[in-house]
Write a protein that binds this ligand. Sequence first.
Ligand code: SF4
Length: 410
Amino acid sequence: MSNQAPCSSTAKRRVKYFSKIAKIPQLSAEERERLATVTDQYAFRVNDYYLGLINWEDPDDPIRRLVIPQERELTDWGQLDASNEGAVTVAKAVQHKYASTVLLLVTEVCASYCRYCFRKRLFMHDNAEAIHDTNAIAEGIRYIRDNPQVNNVLLTGGDPTTLMTDQLEPILKALRKIDHVKIVRIGTKTPAFNPYRFIDDQPFLEMLSRYSQPDRRIYFMCHFDHPNELTEASRQALHLIQQAGVICVNQNPIIRGISDNPATMAQLWNELSYIGVPQYYVFQGRPTAGNEPFEVPIAEAYFKVEEAKRRCSGLAKRAKYCMSHESGKIEIIGVDRQHIYLKYHRAKHKRDEQRLLVCRRDDEAFWLDQLRPVQGYRNDFYQGAAEQPQYQTAFDDEFHSRYRGMEFEL
Ligand code: SF4
């Protein structure tokens, strides 16, 4: 870990972007050709700052895994819209699932593309779910104005901080004119992908400070996956964002080979807590098309999260481990020899609010839909569940000993 204070250099750096795998010099010609079949299917974008974090000698380098395609992405797996966001889209680029929260998809561009993105459909050519023309934001603003129960708005996409100041400012200005919108959140991985976007753009920081007010703060929902992303530059960017009056928290999914090691998770959460960026959620990976190489089963992920928490201070381990399911945000609260215990943290339907779910333990399950409720347990979500055959749990003592009390090395 670096203990250095945020650097004070004023030198600007031009970050160069690549959207063609053929342009990545660190890959061999054979790799570039082979991986082009993957980027034909799922979009590719990266920049030279982030490429510089990769140890190219290590084929399993976590940063490499995060942005460089692999052929296994073409494995038949999952759906493009795994949480059925289409069902809660109430107007162009406007999602409304929980009464108090509206999502505005303000761009389909990110400072690089995570290979495991659950919204990769947005980056595909024939997709127009996000707002391309910021004038089109008017419809979303009108919707929010007409729904007084909405007290918080999440700007997402894509990454809203890839917008220029004069593109993002009208959106923030319009939202600040709506009295019932108290919190504006901005989902962003740019502090990890390209911290110079903030370091070198003082007008953007000043714009943030104008709209993050003492009585109504802007939150950055940052997305750091691995401690290697916490460079001196990214720490400086976070510091500047915080100085602009923005509250920063972190959230990320558990991704195989990137963020599924308890020691790595604990290091990330601890280091973030030192710089005032608490971990907010850790997510179960959604079963999204192209994501087969990145998925971790629920039970395994649960034990790894618990092991990571064991290594953290109270401030660092406040995160909830949740699944963003079509029916709501469901916290995985426990796994024992026979059962997996879940609880709705947020629910799409009133009947599910705060609801407890008890399911048969299945160590191969990745998603709620693969779990089976305990026989006799009332559970409307599973139609005809009582008629389903008893499921034999796949528990074995070896699994427990593998993930409990084990020393995980970086
Ligand atoms: S930053 Fe977020 S939206 Fe962008 S590619 Fe990564 S996961 Fe997807």
